[in-house]
Design a protein around this ligand. Structure first.
Ligand SMILES: C[S@@+](CC[C@H](N)C(=O)[O-])C[C@H]1O[C@@H](n2cnc3c(N)ncnc32)[C@H](O)[C@@H]1O
Length: 392
């Protein structure tokens, strides 16, 4: 079945404390609007190396087993259509009771969006998702007694939806995946849910490698890879000859990124290394053709004002950028010229205009004139978001 899912997620920089204009958007003509995500993933990863979806946060262990997204789990549970209709009606009532209260508190989702999410949740939980269309419409007894195959037990389905509303647990953590560009990436607690604005970095890389074969064939890095979204997106753009190293400090992120790399069959192109920023790349000083990063950039004081789905559930390690939000960005820029080879390209994501201006100024001045063509690039919503350039 064709999916039309756009979670209209707020960029995490869109806390009311940061900017009320940076909120919810969905890229026009979003590529995943017609994506059948069950086809997007390869099923080559052995099920023994991953865990089923849990309803509690993952432990931080270096032997972390990533969770299997709900839509990939076997449909080993069942319920009657009547039971599922009861769940659907209960879930709708719970979602409707939210009204616009979350929106007023912290710019969170309103009832309309939550009702849409309820359908997407069932879309992933029910094996034959065409049945969802019939829930809530009058049906005869025979139809209601039909058995439906489910990917989670009905009790767990109730529990997960309660968590969505009462704990404001993001839907992506509940279903264990996020649609991003033409990908469906596994995500779970401990890993940032990739945002639509970050997709543009892949487009920027596609542009530069389209103009320069040397960059296409060189070695790229994605620093702070999280789910591996940028790494997987860029490796697909680089093509067969592409080589990329993705790094992250978080063991959960490293495990999830490796899982996503394997699911897309990119083990030959992407290596995932654990460690702080350039520490795992000391062997590659001056050898990188390209460097991208979406580092933590929220000013520390703004974290407490973030939408609950973000501030309460997404990892602080992925969000907190220090007092002005620039600690990691400046640190990365300080090392960019020694890590890139001459002519190498970089792209950094920021919180918005102010950080872009500060960073561009730093790269053009304090960083010792090592760069050329430093540019500020806007995201799909027209917000100045990225700083790009080349090493001289
Ligand atoms: C804003 S998230 C971006 C994740 C992913 N690249 C994306 O765009 O969805 C920042 C990432 O940086 C990682 N990180 C934070 N501090 C780090 C450090 N010192 N070294 C390496 N990675 C770090 C976090 O674990 C997180 O995965």
């Amino acid at each position: 079945m064709m999916k039309a899912r756009c979670l209209l997620r707020a960029p995490y920089s869109s806390s009311p404390l940061v900017s009320s204009t940076l909120h919810r958007f969905c890229k026009p003509g979003n590529k995943f609007a017609s994506q059948n995500h069950t086809l997007a993933f390869s099923s080559s990863v052995s099920s023994s190396s991953v865990s089923p979806i849990s309803s509690s946060p993952s432990p931080l262990s270096s032997h972390h087993k990533p969770q299997v997204p709900l839509f990939l789990r076997p449909p080993i549970y069942s319920a009657t259509l009547s039971d599922l209709t009861n769940f659907f009606n209960w879930g709708k009532t719970l979602a409707s009771s939210v009204g616009s209260s979350f929106e007023q508190i912290d710019n969170g989702p309103d009832a309309t969006l939550l009702l849409r999410e309820l359908k997407w949740f069932l879309d992933d939980a029910v094996e034959d998702s065409s049945l969802i269309l019939h829930l809530g419409t009058p049906q005869n007894e025979r139809f209601l007694s039909m058995e439906v195959r489910l990917r989670a037990g009905l009790d767990q389905i109730y529990q997960l939806w309660k968590q969505r509303i009462e704990e404001r647990r993001p839907l992506q953590y509940i279903v264990g995946c996020e649609h991003w560009r033409d990908l469906v990436l596994s995500v779970e607690e401990g890993v940032l849910i990739p945002r639509p604005e970050t997709e543009k970095i892949v487009d920027l890389v596609e542009d530069v490698v389209g103009k320069c074969g040397v960059l296409r064939e060189g070695l790229w890095v994605d620093l702070g890879t999280g789910s591996g979204a940028l790494a997987v997106g860029i490796a697909r753009v680089l093509g067969k000859s592409g080589k990329l190293i993705a790094t992250d400090l978080s063991p959960v992120a490293v495990a999830v990124a490796r899982y996503n790399v394997e699911r897309y069959g990119l083990q030959g192109s992407i290596e995932v290394r654990q460690g702080s920023w350039f520490d795992p790349l000391m062997d590659l000083e001056g050898e990188l053709a390209g460097m991208v990063s979406n580092p933590p950039y929220i000013p520390s004081k703004d974290i407490s004002g973030l939408q609950a789905e973000v501030g309460k559930h997404e990892p602080g390690l992925a969000l907190d950028g220090g007092v002005e939000g620039m600690d990691h960005l400046i640190y990365l820029c300080m090392r960019t010229s020694t890590m890139l080879k001459p002519g190498g390209f970089f792209a950094f994501e920021t919180n918005g205009e102010k950080q872009c201006n500060l960073l561009a100024h730093y790269l053009e001045n304090a960083a010792g004139s090592n760069f050329r063509d430093v540019s500020i690039v806007s995201d799909f919503a027209g917000i100045l978001r990225f700083v790009t350039g080349y090493r001289k």
